[in-house]
Structure formats: C-alpha cells, structure tokens
Design a protein around this ligand. Sequence first.
Ligand code: HAM
Length: 421
Amino acid sequence: MIQLVRGFRDILPDEVAVWQHIEQVARDRFECFGFSEIRTPVIEQTALFQRSIGENTDIVEKEMYTFPGSRETLLTLRPEATASVVRAYIQHKLYAKDPVQKLYSIGPMFRKERPQKGRYRQFYQINAEVFGIESPYMDAHLIFMLVRFFEALDIPGLRVHLNSLGCPECRKAYREALQAAFIGKMDLLCSDCVRRMDKNPLRLLDCKVPGCREVVSDAPSMSDFLCADCSVHFQTVRAGLDAMGVSFEVDPRLVRGLDYYTRTAFEIQTDALGAQSAVAGGGRYDGLVAQLGGPSMPAVGFAIGMDRLVELVLARHPAGVRPPELFFAAMGAAAWEWSFQWANLLSEQGIRVEIDFSERSLKALMRRADRLGAKFVLIVGERELAENTASLRHMETKEQTAVPVDNLVAAVKETIRASDS
Ligand code: HAM
C-alpha cells in the first residue's frame, strides 16, 4: 500500500471540526479588527524567498522545496506567507488605493524540516499583515489582537516574548559586537554557527545546540545598541501593551528565523507543546516592501501555527464530527422510499440528516443512531404512514412525539430548535 510521505499528514474528519472552528474564530475576529482576506498561490519564484527571508537562514539554506519552472526560473513551494503577501501588495499596487492595508490569509506552508511532534513539512498558518502604519501602537494593537484570539479559543498559559531587533543602522553595531564577543570561541560553536558568524551572527542567539547556547549566554544584548528612534519605538510598544493589560516578557535572545525583521519581534510561546514551543511569531519589517521593489512602506505582521494551535485546543476540548440532528429509522420498503425523499429535503433545509441505506431491524437502526450521537430519530413504518404521522424520538430524554408527515419540515425544525434553546 502506498503510504503518506514522511513529514506530511492527513487531517481526518474528527479533527477537521476543530480546524474549521479555529478558522472561523480567526475570520470573525480579524474582520472586526479591520482585516480583509487575501489568497496568494503556494508556488512563487525562488528569488522572492531568497531576497526576503534571507540567504543565510535555515529556511532558505536547507528547508525549501525548490524545483525548476519554465525558462530556467526556479520555483519554490512557499515556506511562509509574508513574502507572497508583500509581492501581491506591490504587484497589484494595493498601496495606490490606500497605503494602509490589513490583510489576513490562511493556508499551507512547506518547509523541509526534520519532522517531529508539532513540526511538519506541510503545516498551516493563519497570517496577518499590516502595511502603511509606522506607529508602535500598531505593533501593540496587533499583539493585543493575537492574545485575544487565543483567549477566544480558551487557550491558557501562553507567554508573549518581545524583543527589538533595531534598524539596519543600529543592528550593524550590534552585529559587530556579537562578532567580537564570539570570535575567540569559534571552536566551541557548531558548524552552522561558524559559517554564519560572518554574515548573520544574530542567528547564533537562537541556535539550539548546547555548546552554542553556552557561548551566547553572556553575549551582548541588542537593547544596549538601539538607536534613539528604535529605543523610543520599543518603549512605546511596551507602554501600549501595558495600557491594554497584555502581559509580556522582554526576551533579548529572541531573534526569529527570518531576516526581514526590523525593530519589534515577538513570539507567543507555551510549555504545553514540548520542544516546539512557539505557537505564533511575528514582527515589524519596515524595509521589506522597498527591498522587493515597492515604495518605502512600513509593515508589521504575524503568523499563527495552526497545527500547534489545534493540538492546544484538542487538549482542552476533545475532537469529534458534528453528530446528525436527525436520523431516519424506516421500516419496510414504502417507508424507506418515503424517508429517502424527506431525508434529502430536510438536508436541503439545513438540517444535519443521516439515513441508513441497509435493511435492518428497528433495534439495529436505533443502535446505529445512538453510535452516531444523533439527537433525534424519526421512526417511520407502514402503519405510521397510513395514519399520516411519524414518531420523533429525542435520544437523550427518550421522549417520543407524533409529528404530522404532511407538515414534516416545519415540525422537525421546530422540535430541533426547541431542544437547542
Ligand atoms: P515563523 O516563526 O517562521 O514566522 O512561523 C510562524 C509559526 O508557524 C511558528 O510560530 C509555528 O507555530 C508555525 N510553524 C513554523 N514552522 C512549522 C512547522 N514546520 N510545523 C508546524 N508549525 C510550524 C513566519 O512564518 C513569519 N512569516 C511570520 C510573520 C508574518 N512575520 C511577519 N508577518
């Protein structure tokens, strides 16, 4: 039998209900905060990711699914959404209509990482990006929206980690300070960090290799290198969060795995997921729109890892498909034919209906209705039909009422509605 590809997975019907619920909460919430949905393709030119995420990142160096397209252009399955949304913002000149755009998207991303619990090669993100707003209050506002979103999903114990990565100017001095601090300790670093020392020494700060962690434990902190503007920006983000009652920890080691960030960087972390502790991450990327050929335009955004979030939701609310509201238990050919027609009609009316296509005894039918968790069973036999009635049984209370078959839709709807209230 041909099996799934390693690192990829099926999401089975039991779990899909949770995915749909999360997507619905995201859509409702984000739209209340003024966001509109954008959908971009899963394939883009490789150069888009190289130029935005950065050549010296894990993602670009070793995690992209890249293949040749036409005319020698290399194509890549998107490892994240920000680069694509920025490309769309520039390509369709969305800024000309209004520089301020708030866009969200939901969909699969692809990274060739070593698969493990909470880390997949195809994973799903809910992504939000804001263009055209430089104010640090926007950063705080976005983090507030994110925290409230997790609360709406009843996820406790999340921590907001916050840092400032400065601007290209002040970061230059910080990079030099890091290089100076690490240069004498090269033999203690892993081969990846040795390679990155030159071009991207910030990456060393979040290397997970124990030897590297030891080396960076007393590394200089970006906060000591922030220029006056970056410093005020960072202070204002923190003040904005305080004002909105969002608690956070300043985490000087938080550097994020993508190179486009400027100033604010943040992650939402949890201890409930084992090694993969980040359930969302984001930050400001004021240089990226211009870097990809658009106008000079500030931007800030985040992405939520849906796979990890589903796990958190499932830990509190077990999964399950939505059970039928009405199960038809028909006895005899005439009753079955009658039920078949009415089952179709009631489904069309928006009621979750199930009908059994095999010939079984009433006892067997009731057992199946019970197993499916049906709320009501409509029992129909030749005698009932002749009397122009059917019996509607509430599976939990066992209460049974006679409903007129010539007014079935209204009667069933009314009974289901009454039982819901
Ligand atoms: P990221 O931190 O690379 O940021 O990913 C965001 C979230 O996606 C992570 O916190 C994690 O929950 C989830 N995630 C990442 N990789 C995997 C994986 N292999 N398996 C399961 N979940 C995963 C970004 O992608 C940025 N584009 C976020 C952003 C938007 N920054 C500004 N705007």
